[in-house]
Design a binder for this molecule. Structure first.
Ligand SMILES: Cc1cc2nc3c(=O)[nH]c(=O)nc-3n(C[C@H](O)[C@H](O)[C@H](O)COP(=O)(O)OP(=O)(O)OC[C@H]3O[C@@H](n4cnc5c(N)ncnc54)[C@H](O)[C@@H]3O)c2cc1C
Length: 481
């Protein structure tokens, strides 16, 4: 006779970076009946992911402490936590209080503390299990999902949340394994030991000029590096330093969707010109655009979204995702010293030369001209891959696409999902009843999908759906899994 027992509903969260951990915190706080949450991540420290896993205290949050509370009802929660914690952590710059730009590592500590706190007050039977493994595949079985982590281990869940975060972009040029091995090519710009080895070289070449490049410069400077930087990027755009300022008066409230990227850009330009003419900080205008972006994005046609991605995105990223002031000060000092050289183009090859240095071929923007830059090391700061079928360093994205459980977003970035419920949309065009997603996989659907404020909003949106997932699982089946 089949042995049926009521055991807790179960939710599997794939990815224990900030997204997965926030969803777990929200769910634990909300659940009133037994619930088993399994968080899958090979990283032993939940809550960190890529952004909050850097141990370098010079890598700061890009906004002041007052903007990053994880408690919606207590805006100063993070700042208060930070103050109590700052001395013990060895970080001594808390003088700015609410305006402090905290090390990202400490923010990771804060997320982890919030998880512990949520577990401490969890309702009876609400449990969290961290499965220290990478999920390689999932299989739909009736109303449940089987999760495969390696050749031998499988788990069943009533609902799966995909929160795998960012995938590494391939550099776009071949790099000999020997250069990885001897530390002259760094695929991971946040690797402290690898950066230590570069502090006495003469020239470092950084591929990419976004915030990751700023992190690399700040880290090398903190290590006493005094050589030159060759920075190569497609457009040669460098993010701007953040100034603390109030949003410009609203000017997009009347812009109803559908709307063209060009019309919005024109409106923004007019306001920036006005701000400058009035002697005001133009960043105020960007702050006034931010609250409207999701609405405008969702109302825009596919063609307009494509136009935005082609012509505006790079500028938008540069203006919105600004550099925290402490990092901006370091970066500007390096620039002013003449040690940083910005090149607009695309690296095509890296090779070791006879004198032990590296030759980096760069195709210059707007033509077929190539130049060769000399360097002692190359650091890949190119950022992330949003197109799932190009992800090459792990099997899960390709398997989900193959099975049709997910499909690429119309724009091709990330995956398709219902923007209201965050349920993924499969190849059949239907919203899934038991697979949801949050964070960077929603880049195509929501555009701004990875900031802390956006992740908090998504965790709130998801919690009721996850909590309602399934009823009771068959214990035999779960034991067998
Ligand atoms: C360098 C950096 C700095 C940032 N700084 C800021 C900032 O200052 N302010 C701000 O608002 N936002 C910032 N962000 C944006 C945002 O906060 C982060 O992108 C956010 O932390 C994303 O978290 P995530 O969990 O979605 O992704 P990730 O951090 O990428 O974490 C995903 C996790 O999933 C795991 N995983 C992936 N695939 C699998 C699998 N198959 N099985 C099991 N586990 C898996 C990974 O091991 C990883 O731990 C920053 C982002 C980055 C990358």
């Amino acid at each position: 006779m089949s042995r049926i027992e009521t055991v807790p509903r179960s939710v599997a969260i794939i990815g224990g970076g900030m997204s997965g951990t926030l969803a777990a915190i929200r769910l634990i706080r909300q659940a009133r009946t037994p619930l088993l949450i399994r968080l899958f991540d090979p990283n032993p420290e939940l809550g960190r992911g890529v952004a909050y896993g850097t141990t370098d205290f010079s890598h700061r949050l890009n906004g002041p402490a007052k903007a990053f509370s994880l408690r919606p009802d207590d805006a100063n929660h993070f700042a208060d936590w930070l103050q109590a914690r700052a001395n013990r952590s060895g970080w001594r710059d808390f003088d700015d209080g609410l305006l402090a730009f905290a090390p990202r590592w400490l923010y990771g500590d804060y997320i982890r503390a919030e998880l512990t706190e949520a577990l401490n007050v969890a309702a009876p039977g609400v449990e969290l299990e961290h499965v220290l493994a990478r999920v390689d595949d999932i299989v739909q079985e009736h109303n449940r999902v089987r999760i495969k982590v390696d050749a031998h281990r499988e788990f069943l869940a009533d609902h799966v949340l995909l929160a795998p975060g960012v995938f590494k972009a391939r550099p776009g040029f071949a790099v000999a394994q020997a250069l990885h091995d001897d530390g002259r090519y760094l695929a991971d710009p946040w690797n402290p030991e690898a950066l230590d080895k570069l502090k006495n070289v003469e020239d470092v070449l950084l591929v990419g000029s976004s915030l990751t490049m700023i992190d690399a410069v700040v880290s090398l400077e903190a290590r006493g590096y005094r050589g030159n930087y060759q920075v190569v990027s497609r457009r040669g755009l460098v993010p701007v330093g953040r100034s603390e300022t109030q949003a410009w008066p609203e000017f997009l409230t009347d812009v109803a969707a559908p709307v063209s990227a060009r019309a919005v850009l024109r409106a923004v330009r007019v306001q920036i010109a006005r701000a400058k003419a009035a002697g005001e900080d133009w960043q105020r205008v960007v702050l006034a655009v931010r609250p409207h972006l999701t609405r405008l994005w969702q109302g825009a046609s596919l063609v307009e979204r494509q136009r935005f991605m082609r012509h505006v995105r790079a500028y938008w990223d540069m203006f919105l995702h600004r550099v925290p002031p402490p990092s901006a000060a370091v970066f500007e000092a390096v620039r002013a010293s003449g040690r940083l050289h910005l090149h607009t183009g695309t690296p095509t090859a890296v090779q070791s030369s006879a004198d032990g240095r590296l030759d980096v071929w760069v195709r210059l923007r707007g033509g077929s001209l190539e130049t060769t830059l000399r360097s002692d090391a190359v650091i890949n700061c190119t950022g992330f891959e949003y197109v799932w079928k190009r992800v090459s360093d792990q099997p899960l994205p390709a398997r989900l696409l193959e099975k049709g459980y997910v499909r690429p977003s119309a724009l091709g970035l990330g995956i398709d999902a219902d923007p209201q419920t965050l349920a993924v949309i499969g190849i059949d065009g239907k919203a899934s009843g038991n697979i949801s997603t949050m964070g960077l996989p929603l880049r195509g659907v929501l555009f701004e999908s990875g900031t802390i404020a956006e992740l908090l909003r998504q965790a709130v949106l998801l919690a009721p759906l996850l909590d309602a997932a399934g009823q009771y699982v068959d214990k035999e089946e779960r034991d067998a899994a």
